[in-house]
Write a protein that binds this ligand. Structure first.
Ligand SMILES: [Zn+2]
Length: 488
């Protein structure tokens, strides 16, 4: 997540954060076949109601379950294939399917207006709607690995559905993450823009509202951010990318806020200020920050300083490597961030501060102390182990899906093992336990970064000037010199 300024009402930020990426328990695993479910989804033109027909190939699951409690509250009625109402338990946490057989279909109705009232994870703009699938997609309670689940939409004339899922013909395929983690669904009367950059199939949906940037500008911006993040290790971490652009009214910075969701595929929501030009958007860090998160797995709350720190570090580094900002500007942003991070905080340990940042609002300390860690870790790996933080992240892509949520200990242990070092485990523990903002002056001095009369000055005769230059240099062009991990 990233936020630029005090412009966004705290209530909005808190609302989005409070609900970000709910995690669900693992599904019940059935031994036998079945579990395949095909959804046919309709909405009305005013987007007040959603109707889903779910047909089961093979043995139906014992029940359909919601992704979160808010979905239960928005569920209106449930029928079987004959139009007979299916009785629900009092808590509405399951749709029992005891009387359903192979080939049977279930019909359920979702009150989108109620969903909108109950959940802040929805946004209405004129006739369009951004909603998480967690509010309307009920999941088969058993989902064996062999199950295939798909969705087809039947929409009013002129309406589009924009989702992060893989497309196959006129249907979308749902992977397990769509049933476990919040993602974005957009119903819009403006045709989403589809294009490819850095080998990534990108779809950008834009909600209504004034915006100086047109479709081509948005494509140039998101394309540049995707290419910048591909500069971390030579390839973008996903094959598909879904982006939701939300006009955010007037504001000084180009982008007010960003949030990445992973349910069903990568989807980034970006709140864009009205006057932002193409040039300003390409130079802005927010999209690069959000996309950088995709190189790392989800981490538990007390370790959010690691994932936010890595994303904040690379938002600056990758913009230099991509030629979207000069090196001096990146160091100026890092120095300014360290300064701001040191002025806030509650004297909790960094781990506790991260765990409670949504209550205390001490985001800057968490993000920038994490950034200090990323810089220290990268320099330590480069000087003492002959590898880089880039390479550790790159070589770990295949490992991330093995756990739903990572802990810093397991991640740092992995990096150390890959690097043949014992640097990162103790470094991360030291940062996690620290109550003060880390002192960065000495390391910056050795890198040859200093502030003289309010301007960043880079010294090429500093002992670690070569490391500083290496961090900010684009990757070698030859694929043999790159790590090319498998995409996930
Ligand atoms: Zn973030």
């Amino acid at each position: 997540m990233s936020m630029r300024s005090a412009w966004i009402p705290t209530v909005l930020v808190a609302a989005w954060l409070g609900c970000a990426a709910p995690q669900l328990p693992a599904p019940e695993r059935a031994a036998g076949p079945g579990g395949s479910a095909h959804y046919h989804v309709r909405v009305d033109e005013s987007l007040s109601t959603l109707w889903a027909e779910v047909c089961f190939a093979g043995e139906p699951p014992s029940a359909m379950v919601p992704l979160g409690s808010e979905a239960s509250q928005a569920l209106v009625q449930v029928y079987d294939s004959e139009g007979v109402e299916v009785p629900l338990p009092a808590d509405r946490r399951r749709i029992p399917l005891a009387r359903f057989g192979p080939g049977d279909c279930l019909h359920y109705e979702v009150d989108l207006l109620a969903a909108n009232r109950q959940s802040r994870m929805t946004l209405r703009r004129r006739g369009d709607l951004l909603i998480t699938q967690a509010l309307w997609l009920w999941a088969p309670s058993q989902r064996p690995d062999t199950a295939v689940c798909s969705v087809a939409f039947e929409l009013p004339l002129g309406m589009y559905a924009s989702v992060p899922w893989a497309r196959e013909g006129d249907r979308y395929l749902l992977d397990e993450s769509a049933f476990r983690t919040a993602g974005n669904t957009v119903f819009t009367f403006q045709e989403p823009r589809r294009f490819e950059r850095a080998g990534v199939a990108i779809e950008v949906a834009r909600l209504p509202g004034p915006l100086e940037a047109d479709g081509e500008d948005l494509e140039a911006w998101i394309g540049a951010a995707t290419e910048a993040v591909a500069g971390l290790y030579g390839t973008f971490p996903r094959d598909r990318l879904h982006v939701v652009v939300v006009p955010a009214g007037p504001g000084r910075s180009p982008v007010a806020f960003g949030l990445v969701r992973r349910g069903g595929g990568a989807s980034v929501m970006l709140l864009v200020h009205e006057q932002a030009s193409r040039r300003e958007l390409v130079a802005d860090w927010t999209a690069v920050h959000e996309l950088s998160h995709l190189t790392m797995p989800l981490m538990r709350g007390e370790d959010a300083w690691v994932s936010e720190g890595v994303a904040t570090y690379y938002q600056e580094v990758l913009q230099v490597r991509a030629g979207n900002q000069p090196e001096e500007e990146a160091w100026a942003a890092l120095l300014e961030g360290f300064g701001r991070g040191a002025t806030v905080g509650t004297r909790r340990t960094l781990a506790d501060e991260a765990e409670e940042m949504h209550e205390t609002g001490a985001y800057r300390r968490v993000y920038w102390a994490g950034t200090a860690f990323a810089l220290e870790a990268d320099v330590a790996l480069r000087t003492e182990a002959g590898v880089s933080l880039d390479q550790m992240i790159s070589r770990s892509q295949g490992a991330w899906p093995r756990r739903q949520t990572w802990q810093r200990g397991a991640m740092m242990h992995r990096f150390d093992r890959l690097a043949g070092s014992d640097l990162l485990v103790p470094l991360a523990e030291r940062f996690a336990d620290e109550r003060e903002f880390p002192a960065m002056g000495e390391l910056l001095g050795r890198l040859g970064v200093s502030m003289v009369r309010g301007r960043v000055v880079l010294a090429d005769d500093a002992p670690l000037a070569h490391v500083r230059r290496a961090i900010m240099s684009p990757l070698p062009a030859s694929p043999h010199e790159r790590d090319r991990p498998r995409k996930n």
